[in-house]
Design a protein. Structure first.
Ligand code: SOE
Length: 380
């Protein structure tokens, strides 16, 4: 694994837990973790369960005892590490968004096509059981033709203007702000659950707080504000309309300024025959409205997605005990290990990551192009 911050911690527990809860065709051996600071990476290895460390990811990628490279670094390094790992014959798991630009993502897809190894991008929320159920219901025609996709990803961890700068607020490192960090997830979910693609967008982006304290220390998403300040070079919020390939309309909202919303991924889909609604802040539940029911009895049904019949659940706890944020990472590890054992292309592939990247790129181009922005006429 390269990188050991928030995502590295989430991935580490996944590699540790996958063989403890699932019967796997291969057993992951957490061989090495890479990071630039020797003491810090050593401490991370001990805490997270990695057997050895490297201070240069290139050394890790060239090791013979490594079969799979898990990339948990900021976006500006994804393309270089992933392409080198694939060229060295490794399998690759890369955090989302796949890259910082369409060009980088295209190069990664080309490298994956040429390489013997398999490549997967980490859109983990696909692997929440309720999301899997939503996809199955749509694919089975239970809500009919998709008319509306209403997707929101709402957080508040930088709503305070004193929340310090971090790499996620730096365009060089992250590529974009709320758009790529969390908007990418809802674009992927909209495409995954509907089985359709976003074909066009009309967008606005905004940076509400343009200058923030430079962090003197970091911990997870948060940091300690120092006395100096620096510029925010990414969007704080992204809102866009979209058209889906099946003829439906979509709205997307990604923001880190929604006070009180910590990790609210909300997806509502209205079809010609019913609706589905999901909120990650109640992640073990899917709401389903079946329009074929008599009007007097119809209503949203609250399905608690914790039965052994639901995706992944049988490996965990008895019905009703529920899963959390980290379980989707474990499911991701399970699916990747299973795909590697059977030499099957895992999903989401780098091509799926590129498809999301193209939507992010269209959003940025749309937001930069004011030609369709129509000011409301002033009273004369
Ligand atoms: C921060 O917004 C973040 O950690 C994202 O980077 C992750 O992808 C998401 O799962 C949780 O929030």
């Amino acid at each position: 694994m390269v990188g050991y911050a928030f995502m590295g911690v989430a991935h580490s527990q996944a590699w540790r837990n996958a063989p403890r809860f699932f019967d796997l065709p291969l057993r992951p051996d957490m061989a090495a973790v890479a990071g630039r600071d020797a003491a810090a990476v050593q401490a991370a290895a001990e805490k997270l369960g990695w057997s050895s460390t490297e201070t240069d990811w290139k050394a890790l990628v060239s090791r013979d005892d490594i079969d799979l490279v898990d990339i948990c670094t900021p976006g500006d390094t994804h393309a270089e590490i992933a392409i080198a790992a694939l060229e060295a014959g490794k399998h690759v798991l890369c955090e989302k968004p796949l890259a910082n630009s369409v060009e980088e993502a295209e190069a990664m897809v080309r490298a994956a096509e040429r390489a013997p190894g398999l490549a997967m991008v980490g859109f983990t929320y696909r692997r929440v059981p309720a999301i899997q159920l939503a996809r199955t219901l749509v694919a089975d025609g239970r809500i009919g033709t998709v008319r509306h996709v209403r997707a929101q990803y709402l957080q508040d961890w930088i709503a305070d203007p004193q929340a310090p700068l971090s790499w996620r607020l730096d365009k060089q490192k992250a590529g974009s702000g709320a758009l790529g960090d969390i908007g990418a997830h809802i674009v992927d979910l909209a495409q995954f659950v509907t089985g359709e693609s976003v074909t066009g967008v009309s967008a606005v982006l905004e940076t509400f707080v343009k200058e923030r304290p430079i962090a003197s220390a970091h911990s997870g998403l948060h940091g300690t504000a120092g006395t100096e300040t620096g510029p925010v070079t990414v969007d704080d919020a992204a809102i866009f309309l979209g058209r889906m390939s099946g003829g439906g309309l979509a709205t997307f909202e990604a923001t880190r300024f929604a006070w009180g919303r910590k990790n609210a991924i909300r997806l509502e889909i209205n079809g010609s025959a019913g609706s589905l609604a999901f909120d990650f802040e109640d992640m073990n539940v899917l709401h389903f409205f079946d329009a074929s029911q008599p009007a007097a009895e119809a209503g949203f049904r609250r399905i608690v997605v914790t039965e052994p019949e639901h995706a992944y659940v049988a490996a965990w706890w008895p019905a009703g005990h529920g899963l959390g944020y980290e379980h989707a990472f474990t499911h991701q590890a399970v699916d990747l290990i299973t795909a590697i054992a059977s030499r099957r292309q895992p999903e989401p592939s780098f091509a799926d990551g590129l498809a999301v990247q193209r939507v992010l790129d269209a959003v940025e181009r749309s937001a930069a192009d004011n030609s369709t922005w129509t000011p409301v006429a002033k009273e004369s």
